[in-house]
Design a protein around this ligand. Sequence first.
Ligand SMILES: [Zn+2]
Length: 234
Amino acid sequence: MPASARKNTRRIERENTVDEIYERIYVAILEHRLHPGTKLGEERLADIFGVSRARVREVLARLAHEQIVELFPQRGAFVAKPTKEQARDVFEARRLIEPAVLRRLVDTLTPEKIARLRQHQELEADAHRREDKRAMVRLSGEFHTLAAELAGNSALARTMRELCMLTCLTIFLYDAPTSTSCRNDEHELIIDAIAKRDRARAEKLMLAHLDHIEHSLDLDSHAVDVDLEAIFRE
Ligand SMILES: [Zn+2]
């Protein structure tokens, strides 16, 4: 095999797929390691992940489709910076969708589903004990996505995933930098209500929970410089 072909084989072996790069960027944003407004340079990301710029563009297009990334002609891709108005829209949508998610979840409840929720709650509690802020913020968002997945409606689950990510960006922009997105004990109370098949209480707790998150937001945003290479360095 000629040297150039061997080199190509090695490159393909260690090349990251679109899914992998998407997931790395998605989790970095969810964990607040990548901040709203950060420029996602094609060339730098291509270098970091060892892939072509075309592949990076594919990932960025997918993130843009989910409103996680904003694309500007001539300027490139940036982590989305939802405005206050968009933030209010996100909470309005969540207040409509999440009670429906919980109703469906209670109607289709199984011991396995409750076990999954309890397991997740345990992970959240553990992250709190370890004071692992990155895990706390990611897991608190994932609780809501998990509830939608367990409710068994794929369209609701997809929508919740997007709304949770937008909430995550909003919290970073408009909340105190040290706080996390959800209070762990409120998730526990919601799970207890679901386990008792108490739809009304579960819905009421969820709406109160969303109110608490929305009311914790303020108008100050925080501009921060970031080092893309450091964020993705293994
Ligand atoms: Zn929550």
